[in-house]
Design a protein around this ligand. Structure first.
Ligand code: FAD
Length: 314
C-alpha cells in the first residue's frame, strides 16, 4: 500500500509513525515549522499508550500534572489531563518523517480545520481562538471560565509558564472572554512570550461527512475528532490508529463505521454543548450523568456543583 498523508500535525505525524514499517508513506506539510497553536492539554493514559506503540516515551514530554480542574470557580479532581510539550514532540517526530511525494493508492486528509482534500462540510462550524504564553505564580491547576458560546482557559506549562487563551464565536469575543477570566481568577497582565490566533472545528464526526471520499480518508480534526470541550489531541491520535489498523488489515471499508462508533462520546459532548449554547439548560442537565461518566474516564471527576454552573451560564 502506498499512502500520501497531507498534514503533519498531531494526527498525521502519528499516522506516519504507525505506517512507516508497513507501507510506503510520504507526508506533505504546508508549514515550514511545527504548528504549536494548542493549549497542550492531553488525556495522559491514552497518549502514553498510543505513543508507546511507536516507541515514544510520552513521559519525556509531560510538562505538568495539574491536581484540579476548576471551571467558573468549581473545583473538580483532575484525573487524567496533563500538559505536554507538543511543539517539542512534533519537532522530534518531524526529524523522522519523510516529507515526500508518493504515487499513492490512498491519500489522507490530516489537515485539521483546513480540510484541504475532502469536500467542504455543508454546515461547517468553526470557532475562533486567541492564546498567549505568559508567566504567572499560580498553583498548577487547570482553570476554565465559560459562558454559553465559549470558554477561556489557563493551562500550566511548568516553570511558571501558562497558556492563557479562549475560544468563542469570533476573535473579539474570545479576547473579551480572556479578560473576564483574568478578572475572575486574578491572572493579572504579564508579558506575553508568544501570541496566536487559530480556529477549531466544533462538529462531531457524524456531521463532518464525507469522512471518506474516493481514495481520500480523513483523520483527526478534518473529520471532527474534537470533543465539545475542544479536546482534539488524543482523539486525533486515536483516529490515526483506527486508520492504520484498517490499512494494515486491509479493512478500509470499515474505516468510517469504526470512526463513528469509537467517537460516540464526542457526539454526546457536542449535543450537551449545543443545548447550553441554545440555552436549553434542562436538556443539558438531563445529559449531565452521561457527560460525568465520559469525563470521569477521560479527564476530571465532574461533581454535583456543576449543575449550578450550568444554571448560571450567561
Ligand atoms: C488554541 C487551541 C487550543 C487547543 N487546546 C487543546 C488542548 O489543550 N487539548 C486538546 O486535546 N486539544 C486542543 N485543541 C485542539 C487540537 O489542537 C486539535 O484538535 C488537534 O491539533 C487536531 O489534530 P490534527 O492532526 O487533526 O490537525 P492539526 O494538528 O491542526 O494539524 C494539521 C496540519 O495540517 C497542515 N496543513 C494544513 N493545510 C494543509 C495543506 N493544504 N497541505 C498540507 N498540510 C496542511 C497544518 O500546517 C498542520 O500541521 C486546541 C485547539 C486550538 C486552536
Amino acid at each position: 500500500m502506498r499512502v500520501q498523508i497531507y498534514g503533519a500535525g498531531i494526527g498525521g505525524s502519528y499516522l506516519f509513525m504507525l505506517l512507516r514499517d508497513h507501507a510506503e508513506v510520504g507526508v506533505k506539510e504546508i508549514s515550514k515549522a511545527v504548528d504549536c497553536r494548542c493549549a497542550w492539554g492531553i488525556a495522559y493514559k491514552q497518549a502514553k499508550e498510543l505513543y508507546n506503540l511507536v516507541g515514544i516515551e510520552f513521559d519525556d514530554y509531560v510538562l505538568s500534572k495539574p491536581k484540579l480542574a476548576i471551571a467558573n470557580g468549581i473545583e473538580m479532581k483532575n484525573k487524567n489531563i496533563v500538559t505536554f510539550d507538543r511543539k517539542k514532540l512534533l519537532s522530534d517526530l518531524w526529524q523522522e518523517i519523510e516529507f515526500k511525494d508518493v504515487e499513492a493508492d490512498i491519500q489522507v486528509d490530516a489537515t485539521g480545520t483546513s480540510r484541504a482534500l475532502l469536500p467542504n462540510i455543508e454546515m461547517d462550524s468553526i470557532y475562533f481562538t486567541v492564546q498567549s504564553i505568559e508567566k504567572h505564580d499560580f498553583d498548577e491547576n487547570i482553570y476554565a471560565y465559560g459562558r454559553r458560546t465559549g470558554y477561556a482557559w489557563a493551562f500550566p506549562l511548568g516553570d511558571k509558564r501558562w497558556h492563557i487563551g479562549a475560544g468563542d464565536l469570533n476573535y473579539e469575543r474570545a479576547a473579551e472572554l480572556v479578560e473576564e477570566m483574568r478578572k475572575f481568577y486574578g491572572f493579572s497582565y504579564s508579558e506575553k512570550s508568544c501570541y496566536c490566533k487559530a480556529k477549531i472545528r466544533m462538529l462531531p464526526p457524524s456531521k463532518c461527512k464525507p469522512i471518506v471520499y474516493k481514495n481520500i480518508f480523513g483523520v483527526g480534526e478534518a473529520i471532527g475528532c474534537v470533543s465539545g470541550f475542544g479536546e482534539g489531541n488524543a482523539p486525533s491520535l486515536e483516529c490515526a490508529k483506527i486508520l492504520a489498523d484498517c490499512i494494515n488489515n486491509s479493512e478500509l471499508e470499515e474505516y468510517e463505521k469504526r470512526v463513528l462508533k469509537n467517537f460516540k462520546w464526542i457526539e454526546v459532548e457536542h449535543e450537551f454543548v449545543r443545548d447550553l449554547q441554545r440555552n436549553k439548560k434542562l436538556s443539558a442537565l438531563l445529559k449531565l450523568p452521561k457527560i460525568a461518566l465520559i469525563e470521569r474516564k477521560r479527564s476530571a471527576t465532574v461533581n454535583f456543583s456543576v449543575t449550578s454552573l450550568i444554571r448560571s451560564l450567561r
